[in-house]
Design a protein around this ligand. Structure first.
Ligand SMILES: Cc1cc2nc3c(=O)[nH]c(=O)nc-3n(C[C@H](O)[C@H](O)[C@H](O)COP(=O)(O)OP(=O)(O)OC[C@H]3O[C@@H](n4cnc5c(N)ncnc54)[C@H](O)[C@@H]3O)c2cc1C
Length: 358
């Protein structure tokens, strides 16, 4: 039976591995982080419930914090309590990414997936499949695979080396702080002149994030305490009490590949399409696209060459719909500043930084 190698063991890669293993395809997931996913609060949109159950992960929902309300302070719109949120629907779940990773890894292992702690360094297609060079904690190995799935997240490590181009939205960076104590089951969002704050609670804590431009994020990282002191009295909703420092930063701009599959490979999750966190779409997309990517790969190795094209078309439609409306969430212009004006009219474009590093 042909074998599949998945680069990346985040939600998308593990969802793909579950789909492949259910179809009895031998599958190895290669990821350098092993079992140790970080604690981070994220909001799982309510529409994701069905795919979570389909992946055999119902307990992830019962173990998560059900979020019944989103409270926002969005400039002139003032304080609002939304039972619903544009990207969220009626409610969602506050998920700790570490708990999600643990549940997904256990499910994959139960189905016979091989999890390999290593980083994909090089991947070369050949007439007999793929030669994939991986770096483990103790050295370098070469692995053979008949098909590869790129689930490496935003780096899109394999797809970019297969001549796929990443289109990016405007620079957007999240600066994140951890909350150690359990929070009330309400998500908060608050606009500021040069970005927006959010707090996502989960069962054992939560995460506070400030989403801003790259230059501001760099300034915050250089002196986080001074920054917190300067903003703490300006916030009317999100509380900075109990956050642990230092913060860490993550790229969170919108991105999409110009094509998500080619001969013997396909890309999924953030590697194929990444969404601004204001959409609350990323996890839903990673789980569902991962599941469909796994099935498309299983079909392709059984001789159905059309399957990756159908997958590509589905993903393209999702990307078009989401990216076409993302900027509207900034268009309320809670502050008439360059940050808000820029994001209110932004779209995707080919980035100068999308070239594969030598
Ligand atoms: C600040 C922030 C807040 C967010 N908030 C939300 C939210 O509230 N709700 C929501 O739905 N979404 C949210 N998202 C989006 C969500 O986190 C992503 O969409 C989701 O993590 C995508 O999953 P993935 O598996 O595609 O990628 P990732 O989670 O990035 O996983 C990629 C994996 O690939 C591995 N990897 C990388 N390079 C290699 C390599 N060369 N070889 C092998 N493995 C490799 C990494 O170690 C990692 O484990 C947020 C994103 C950010 C940045």
């Amino acid at each position: 039976m042909p074998a599949v190698l998945i680069a990346g063991g985040g939600p998308a890669g593990l969802a793909a591995s579950i789909a492949l293993a259910e179809r009895k395809v031998p599958v190895t997931v290669v990821d350098p982080s092993g079992a140790a996913a970080e604690t981070r609060g994220e909001l799982l949109a309510h529409g994701a419930a069905q795919i979570v159950r389909r992946l055999g992960l119902s307990h992830v929902l019962t173990d998560a914090l059900l979020i019944s309300d989103v409270v926002s302070h969005w400039g002139a719109a003032g304080l609002q309590s939304h039972g619903a949120h544009p990207g969220l629907g009626l409610h969602g779940w506050g998920i700790d990414r570490r708990a999600l990773a643990k549940a997904m890894r256990e499910r994959a292992l139960d189905l016979g997936v091989t999890l390999h702690k290593a980083r994909v360094a090089q991947s070369h297609p050949s007439e007999t499949g793929w030669r994939v060079m991986v770096k483990t904690p103790v050295g370098t190995e070469t692995r053979h695979a008949d098909y590869v799935i790129d689930a490496t997240g935003r780096p899109a490590h394999i797809a970019r080396r297969q001549q796929a181009t990443v289109l990016h939205g405007p620079a957007l960076v999240a600066v994140l702080w951890q909350l150690g104590a359990p929070q009330h089951a309400t998500m908060q969002a608050e606009a500021a002149p040069n970005g927006w704050w959010y707090m996502v609670p989960h069962k054992t804590g939560g995460t506070v994030g400030f989403v801003t431009d790259a230059a501001t994020a760099k300034r915050i990282s250089a002196s986080p305490t001074a920054f917190l002191d300067s903003v703490k009295d300006t916030l009317s909703l999100v509380s900075l009490n109990g956050i642990s420092t230092p913060p860490w930063s993550m790229d969170c701009r919108s991105a999409a590949l110009d094509h998500t599959s080619g001969a013997g490979w396909l890309a999924t999750g953030d590697a194929a399409a990444a969404f601004d966190p204001i959409t609350s779409q990323g996890l839903f997309n990673a789980l569902s696209a991962g599941f469909f990517a796994g099935n498309a790969a299983a079909d392709a190795i059984s001789g159905d060459a059309e399957a990756p094209k159908v997958y590509d078309a589905l993903l393209t439609r999702t990307v078009e719909r989401t990216h076409a409306t993302t900027h509207l969430q900034y268009a309320a212009l809670p502050f008439d500043t360059p940050f808000w004006r820029h994001h209110a009219r932004a779209g995707l474009e080919k980035s100068k930084t999308s070239a594969v590093p030598a």
